[in-house]
Design a protein around this ligand. Sequence first.
Ligand code: NDP
Ligand code: MG
Length: 374
Amino acid sequence: LGSTGSIGVNALAVISRFPDRFRVVGLTANNNIEVLTKQVRRFRPVAVAVSHRGSEDLRREVRTRGIQFFDVSEICSLIEHCRPDIVILAISGSSALEPFLVSVQRGIRVAPANKEALVMAGEIIMREARTNGATVIPIDSEQSAIFQCLEGRNREALQRIILTASGGPLYRVPRSGFRNLRVSQILRHPRWKMGKKITVDSATLMNKGLEVIEAKMLFGVPMDRIDVIVHPQAVIHSMVELRDGSILAQLGVTDMRLPIQYALTYPERCDSGLAAMDLLKCRQLTFDRPDLVRFPALSLAFDCARRGGTLPCVMNAANEVAVNSFLEGRLNFLQIYAIVEKVVSKHKNVPRPGLSQIWAADAWAREESRSYLK
Ligand code: NDP
Ligand code: MG
């Protein structure tokens, strides 16, 4: 799901290496008809979903090939139709929540790259996964690293999760330079080539904030046992500290095909065809404390995570609206955090929310954020 994006394209590259093992049954995009059409010709899925608007040619083509067409709003119906063994969740933003839930409710293995859905409703998703025997194997590199470090280990042994952060594109930029940052400067990330939304989140460190909540949800660990450490080389993808003080880390090249492949072949390990990591070239691995004054989004996320309820969902929704507005040139860089902080501070938190309360909080936060934009 989200096959035309950065993760989606990488996932198809991984799948192409294992033609005897995997078959693509469904592909979805939002608007990118051109790339989706090429993918449909190459992978011949059972069904596709994309926005109805502008997709007449593709619709005609898939009909002649006997492929079922769905609108992008019907991704859950596509899942029911394809009945996949694995769903790769590479849609960005909150639109991933429904497909995530439907998949785990059907007992399907989900490989989420998307973090926003877990931030919004992680407790509900993970509960549904447990109830229905669905496995969730994260693709997000930090969560994949933690998952790998914990593999086969008794959870009682876990003392602390240490999420690493590359520091993002503004690691060495003073705060006085933040206001006039252009979108094009932000979109140049030093370590990873990713979609626009997550690249902006990496600059504010909101991405790390979302990942703190993602880790809390995925691994069921209380917030006082999750730490963030800046590691600019991005060689260590995250670590776990065990009860006896031992720290385990997962290291690897900065290439998303690695965690994607692991989520697909788990528990097996297969040749990835990627160049081996040359530790002698890295020479130094350094660590730094995150700068919460320059990057207050990270402390806001910690605070929302500790308080729980609908707050993480509200923070995520306000952030989606603000980041989109920044990408459209309607906000300056510093106003992203300013809006998110205002909306979060105004929210009346709902403890232990159900799904309808989560969607209501999401809608409220978007409306509230838009009122500040005006
Ligand atoms: P992209 O923006 O590159 O791709 C997003 C994909 O989702 C595209 O296929 C897009 O379609 C589709 N999409 C966008 N909006 C909607 C919608 N409303 N409904 C259905 N489909 C939609 O994002 P990334 O691949 O970078 O990221 C995807 C997710 O993975 C994010 O949640 C991100 O945080 C996470 N992630 C990404 C990493 C990376 O390296 N890129 C690393 C770790 C996590 P279209 O092309 O038509 O717009
Ligand atoms: Mg990550």
